[in-house]
Write a protein that binds this ligand. Sequence first.
Ligand code: PNS
Length: 160
Amino acid sequence: MRVAVYPGSFDPFTNGHLDILKRAAGIFDHIIIGVLVNPAKSCLFSPEERVEMISEVIKPFENVRAIHFNGLLVDFCQKVGACAIIRGLRAVSDYEYEMQMFSVNNRLSSEVETVFLMSSPKFSFLSSSIAKEVARYGGDVTGLVPENIQSAMLAKFADI
Ligand code: PNS
């Protein structure tokens, strides 16, 4: 069975992430969405909230589940038996960061392959930060994030 990890901060999970996930789920037998717990980064949603929201979105996919992790990504991959890391690439500007991450991960473990999927052009502008920026100032995020995440963002920003 070929298991892949789709890692990220997912603060929050966007429709761009969903597009990459759907395509990866068609290639691998099982996908584990790894939500990074990063105490150094201030996130809008807690890791538990992010996992819960993503779990709602991925209900239709039998071969996908979401869990949070901390520490090194390659260690997480080993723990869950993944042979690959999935990353989405939007534009050339993503390349340098992704190249750096690939190089570090490859140095730490040559057993895990990184598989890059190009974003669909309709999501190439989209990031979690852009979605948060729009929602923070009351803009409409329909089409940018799944419905349950839209309401969660509205609720979060209403509280702030
Ligand atoms: O969506 P992001 O924030 O670009 O995802 C980054 C992520 C979570 C993939 C990366 O920060 C990560 O893997 N962190 C875990 C720590 C680690 O393994 N670092 C070495 C590779 S940079």
